[in-house]
Design a protein around this ligand. Structure first.
Ligand SMILES: [Ca+2]
Length: 253
């Protein structure tokens, strides 16, 4: 056998082995909002026991239930599957060593909430300084966001003991600020803003001191909390609200 012939045979063999080891469906599997590589963390809160909320994004960013919390007593019927029931001072969750989406990066945070209260955080991280925090939750009694020193919150009230889907998006920008680059959504639609203020043009530059914390001082249910490190489109947020996150994403995104 000459050298060229040997090479050709080897190449063929390698190709056969590779083809054998590659799952047929993998290449054709459509990307969805559930399998999006930009889905940085996803807590479904479907657990019914223990003190760990698994990260369904496969990044391993599990969140630990702190204080008095455990799914044995803090699990409740959710919007899909289970939810975590929080009672303000009883405790919150922490994704140890996960620092969230930092700096000026675009991001989307989305969750279902059900509450009769008007205080507390859904999720937060950052460094405790002006423009360096990223806190999503109740701001002056309505759902909004604050990077510490500025705030943006929606007009609608959401403490009616019904499930609401709430989302905040930071768009791609060199130096994003609340006024120009941040959008809030309620139940799949762009939310009317109640107020924006105090350093609203201060650049958002999220720090990396604190681990991601979920449900600090929140009283009620939180379900299906997702963090994407990209700005989702209106259409995609509507799909989350409609529980259609397993549909293939449109190629135009
Ligand atoms: Ca759930």
């Amino acid at each position: 056998m000459d050298r060229n012939h040997l090479c050709a045979c080897s190449t063929l063999l390698v190709s056969i082995v590779l083809a054998w080891n590659t799952p047929l469906a993998q290449a054709d599997e459509p990307v969805t909002l559930d399998t999006d590589p930009n889905l940085a963390a996803w807590w479904k809160f479907d657990e019914t026991s223990g003190t760990t909320a698994a990260d369904a994004s496969k990044h391993g960013r599990n969140a630990a239930l702190k204080g008095e919390l455990s799914f044995d007593k803090n699990s409740a019927a959710g919007r899909t599957g289970g939810a975590v029931r929080l009672d303000a001072g009883e405790g919150h969750l922490e994704a140890t060593r996960y620092k969230g989406v930092g700096g000026t990066q675009p991001r989307t945070l989305a969750a279902w909430i059900k509450t009769v209260a008007t205080t507390g955080e859904i999720v937060s991280w950052g460094t405790n300084d002006f423009g360096r925090m990223w806190t999503f939750g109740f701001v002056r009694g309505r759902i909004g966001v604050t990077p510490h020193g500025g705030y943006l919150y929606m007009n609608a009230e959401t403490h009616d003991d019904q499930w609401h889907h709430v989302t905040v998006v930071v768009g791609q920008a060199e130096s994003p600020n609340l006024h120009d680059d941040v959008t809030l959504y309620l139940d799949g639609e762009v939310a009317v803003i109640h107020d924006i203020g105090l350093l609203d043009l201060w650049p958002i530059d999220t720090g990396d001191e604190l681990d991601v914390r979920i449900g600090r001082n929140f009283k009620g249910l939180i379900d299906d909390l997702r963090i994407y490190n990209r700005a989702l489109s209106e259409e995609e947020i509507l799909a989350l609200f409609k529980l259609e996150s397993n549909r293939p994403l449109t190629p135009s995104r």
